[in-house]
Each structure stands twice: as structure tokens, then as C-alpha cells.
Design a protein around this ligand. Structure first.
Ligand code: SF4
Length: 244
């Protein structure tokens, strides 16, 4: 599927320039710091309309659910790296089937087989940064090209690298507004929302996984470990580069 089709009108749209969007983001980040997640998403969808999307790893559908309440039919972008657990792809399919969203699946330029043939097998073991750059970062850059603002499910309590995540901020690298409506939430807040609204979650969360990425780079977490300890464990890597 493709992204949005209309361009902003520079004569009437206060979000039409990067400088204006940046100023909007910085002001909204201050004004919405204590706002409920749904209000943050209503601001984003009212401000950017179809030039706004949600990205989802399909660990759960909490932000997609919130966004669909703010704007039924909202675009939800999923990165299919070719290395996902079947449960993750199943969650993606279930979200598309039951939620009022437009599901957009992004894929890398090369299949896993093509990458193996060109760069050798198991690049994720030899050079995970390059593998993530090819299979996550580059497809997302292409997929976000038609949007002015995007939402993530980042939370401050997930890891020290995410402790200062703003609820609305400026994505300098991409020149876009980045919205993290559940940045202030805890895992208990997520669990409560899931239970109250019957939100789809990845079944692996019930099987010892606390943070779910590509199968070769994700393991179950042990008692006392933080949620992302099972990602690239033992490889000195904690982030894929999407949020750097
Ligand atoms: Fe490759 Fe692992 Fe990154 Fe997935 S998480 S893109 S398999 S290095």
C-alpha cells in the first residue's frame, strides 16, 4: 500500500515548512507533557491529518488503538524485516483484520535470501548495525517520506537510552515531528489499557519475551533484567538505529 497522497498548501497550512513544524513540535512537547496519550494523539491527527502515521513493531497494538480512536482509519506502518517471529506477523494480520486502521507494510529492498547471496549469510551475527541499517532504518526512511509526523510506542521506563523521550519532539534526522504518546507510561499502564480495551498483543509477551524484535536478535528476559535486555544480547547493541 502507499502512503498519503495530498501535499500541504503552503499558503494556508501552518505545518507546511520544516521550521514551522519544528516550532510546533517544540511547543506541543511542552504543552502536552502532562496530557493523556489520547489527547496527544488527537493533537497530532488534528494537526497533520493524513500526513501522520503510527509505527508499530507489533509487540502490542496500544498506540495503534489509541490513534484509531483519535482518527479512525489512521495509517499504521509495520516494518517487515524478513526476520520476524510468526507470532509478530500474526499480530500484524490480526490488527489489520479487526482494527479501524490502514495497515502499511514496509519491506527492505533485498529479501533475506538476496542479502545472504550478496553480503554473506547471517549478517545479523557479523554486523548487526549494517543489517539493521539495511532492513530497518532504510525502509523506514523511504516509508516515512510522505509523512510530516510519526508516532512511536517509546516509553521512558524501557531503558536508560529512552529516559528523556519527549511526548512530542523534533526528529532532526528526518525533519519530522515525532510523537511518543505513551512516553510517560509504565508497563502497568500498558497492561491496564490492554485489559480495559481488549487490545491485541503479541502472544510472545506471555512466553517470556518482554521486548520483541527480529527472531535472530531477540531472546527471553530473565527475572530482574530490563525489558530490552533480550535484544541483541551479548552483542553490545541496544538500539536498532530507528530512534537514534
Ligand atoms: Fe537484522 Fe537483527 Fe537488526 Fe533484524 S534486529 S534487522 S535481524 S540485525
Amino acid at each position: 500500500m502507499t502512503g498519503p497522497t495530498t501535499d500541504p498548501d503552503p499558503t494556508t497550512d501552518p505545518t507546511s515548512t520544516a521550521a514551522a513544524r519544528r516550532a510546533l513540535a517544540e511547543r506541543a512537547g511542552r504543552e502536552l507533557e502532562d496530557a493523556p496519550a489520547l489527547e496527544i494523539l488527537r493533537w497530532a491527527t488534528d494537526t497533520f491529518g493524513e500526513r501522520f502515521c503510527v509505527t508499530s513493531s507489533m509487540e502490542d497494538a496500544v498506540v495503534a488503538h489509541l490513534a484509531s480512536r483519535a482518527r479512525p482509519g489512521v495509517d499504521v506502518v509495520f516494518l517487515d524485516t524478513g526476520y520476524h517471529f510468526p507470532e509478530t506477523l500474526g499480530t500484524r494480520d490480526a490488527v489489520e483484520a479487526v482494527m479501524d486502521v490502514r495497515l502499511i507494510t514496509l519491506t527492505p529492498r533485498r529479501s533475506v535470501a538476496e542479502q545472504d547471496a550478496e553480503l554473506g549469510p547471517a549478517l545479523h551475527e557479523r554486523d548487526p548495525d549494517r543489517c539493521c541499517a539495511l532492513r530497518k532504518v532504510a525502509p523506514l526512511e523511504r516509508g516515512l517520506a510522505g509523512y510530516d509526523a510519526w508516532a512511536t510506542g517509546l516509553r521512558r521506563d524501557e531503558s536508560p537510552t529512552r529516559a528523556t523521550t519527549p511526548v512530542v519532539g523534533w526528529d532532526e534526522r528526518r525533519g519530522k515531528v515525532k510523537v511518543s504518546p505513551i512516553a510517560r507510561w509504565t508497563q502497568d499502564d500498558v497492561d491496564r489499557y490492554v485489559a480495559e480495551h481488549g487490545v491485541l498483543t503479541n502472544p510472545l509477551l506471555q512466553d517470556g519475551y518482554a521486548s520483541i524484535g527480529c527472531a535472530p536478535c531477540t531472546r527471553r528476559v530473565r527475572a530482574g533484567e530490563d525489558a530490552r535486555a533480550g535484544r541483541w544480547a551479548g552483542r553490545g547493541k541496544t538500539e536498532c538505529g530507528l530512534h537514534g
